[in-house]
Design a protein around this ligand. Structure first.
Ligand SMILES: [Zn+2]
Length: 482
């Protein structure tokens, strides 16, 4: 108790230092952190930074303005000399150019490029956060020569932040001038320490970005979801047009096929980013041919980041090591790949997928693997569920069975075509209850968990393939792609 009191005295003493010493730290996100001093009120602090009490309270999620405490940290917009408005930023959307964005804010395109280091070698990248240069008061902005086509944001638009490797809730909150509590509340996050790379967080109270996309008619809007793609995950390109077109595309050197939603007037292309894809910027090319035969090309630069998957050693029993034989492996691999590379124009899935078994997930997708002491040149291409032998395997989404067969490595296997280039696979089963060509519905029992094929014990190995590439199936459980 005595030690505790001394600590309090010591801390209280520290806080008597001038505010400039302990009170302020400049954050790098254009904010200052103010540590509340003894005797300060929210009104006094707000006044000090040229804010109103309401603004400061809103910025920090304070409901009761009389209830602040010594040592509490408050986020305030960074100031230098006279009070400046918070720096304006713009998140680059697909189809936008430097000129169209400059026109949107009435700034010079060259200045915008210089301020943000955009050059021919470093082109604009979708999802990039551009600093919009402030206009000096005496300079009157010349109206842009050609007013850009500024599409009004769709009512459903919200600002989403894609969680990157190294992001924390605090870091993201600070970036948008919010508190961790704001993000937790807006996203119904149960455990603030558990966020994952590729997760989409809703940013409350932030205006959706104004978009200055210059798309050739009849295209009106293009979205990339998420704006920054992650190795081993699924990406969704969606193009709205005023009339039907023929659409093809290329991304990561793979051709893309489009599914059409007539009710929405939109084309969807799903892409699987292969595991081991080098982080970097990759071009997306879309070729759109309208009914008159005119062809337009739309390009965008898309960023791919690493997926931060772990690694593990696997030891196979001696009587099964023959299954590591490259000939056995590649024949089966080719079969699965060719099935999963097909494209069905009907979309059977609608909303997120369910889970394929009522069992604990014991191994996640993407883990780098070394078999019997070999190199980490393989990865876990699915998610494992440790169900009891004989327990049911469940279809997580509607689709058509395209494979139900006994394979060497994968054992008794089923594959389901969910349409629009999305497939799922279920390996190592004991019994198979469905046949190729059969339509299955969500929740239907399609087989039972077993230990057939190359396994170290009974489990269900579940895969999702998108556009011929195995991807993290759990992303399809967490997220709706329609
Ligand atoms: Zn597995």
């Amino acid at each position: 108790m005595l030690r505790h009191s001394l600590l309090v005295l010591f801390l209280a003493g520290m806080l008597w230092l001038p505010a400039s010493v302990v009170g302020q730290q400049s954050g790098d996100g254009g904010v200052t952190i103010h540590v509340v001093q003894r005797g300060e009120t929210l009104f006094q602090i707000a006044l000090q930074y040229g804010l109103t009490t309401e603004e400061l309270a809103a910025l920090n999620g304070i409901v009761d303005q009389s209830n602040i405490w010594v040592g509490q940290t408050l986020l305030v917009p960074a100031i230098s000399g006279p009070v400046m408005p918070p720096e304006q930023t713009h998140i680059v959307q697909p189809g936008e150019s430097l000129q169209s964005i400059a026109g949107l804010y009435g700034v010079d395109a060259m200045t915008l490029a210089t301020e943000n280091g955009v050059t021919a070698e470093n082109p604009l990248v979708v999802g990039q956060r551009l600093r919009i240069p402030r206009l000096a008061p005496e300079v009157v902005a010349a109206p842009p020569a050609e007013p850009p086509v500024a599409l009004p944001p769709e009512p459903a638009d919200v600002v989403l932040h894609t969680v990157l490797d190294g992001d924390t809730l605090f870091k993201i909150a600070t970036q948008y001038g919010l508190t961790v509590a704001d993000l937790v509340q807006a996203n119904a996050i149960e455990d603030p320490t558990l966020i994952y790379v590729g997760q989409q967080l809703l940013i409350p109270g932030v205006q959706p970005p104004r978009i200055a996309a210059e798309l050739p008619a009849p295209a009106t809007r293009l979205t990339v979801n998420p704006l920054v793609l992650v190795e081993g995950q699924t990406g969704h390109f969606k193009l709205w047009t005023t009339r039907p077109v023929t659409l093809t595309g290329t991304f990561l050197d793979r051709p893309l096929s489009a599914g059409y939603d007539a009710a929405e007037g939109a084309y969807s292309m799903f892409v699987g980013v292969p595991v081991f894809t080098e982080p970097g910027v990759y071009p997306l090319t879309l070729n759109m041919t309208d009914e008159g035969g005119a062809t337009h090309t739309i390009t965008a630069h898309i960023q791919v980041v690493g997926g931060s998957y772990g690694s593990e050693y696997i030891t196979l029993l001696e009587d099964r090591t023959n299954l590591l034989d490259p000939n056995v492996e590649s024949a089966e691999e080719n079969l699965i790949r060719s099935i999963a590379s097909a494209f069905t124009t009907t979309r059977y899935f609608d909303g997120p997928m369910g889970l394929p078994a009522a069992a604990a997930m014991t191994s996640r997708f993407g883990t780098r693997r070394s078999y019997n002491g070999g190199g980490f040149d393989r990865f876990h291409s699915g998610a494992d569920f440790a169900g009891a032998p004989g327990s049911p395997v469940i279809a997580p989404a509607p689709g058509v069975v395209v494979l139900a067969d006994a394979l060497n490595v994968r054992g008794n296997a089923i594959m389901i075509d969910h349409g629009w280039g999305v497939f799922s696979g279920y390996w190592h089963q004991t019994e198979l209850y469905v046949k190729p060509g059969e339509m299955v519905t969500t929740g239907q029992v399609i087989g039972t968990i077993g230990s057939t094929g190359r396994v170290t014990g009974a489990h269900l190995h579940w895969e999702v393939w998108v556009n011929g590439v195995p991807v993290d199936p759990m992303q399809w459980v967490r997220q709706s792609f329609t």
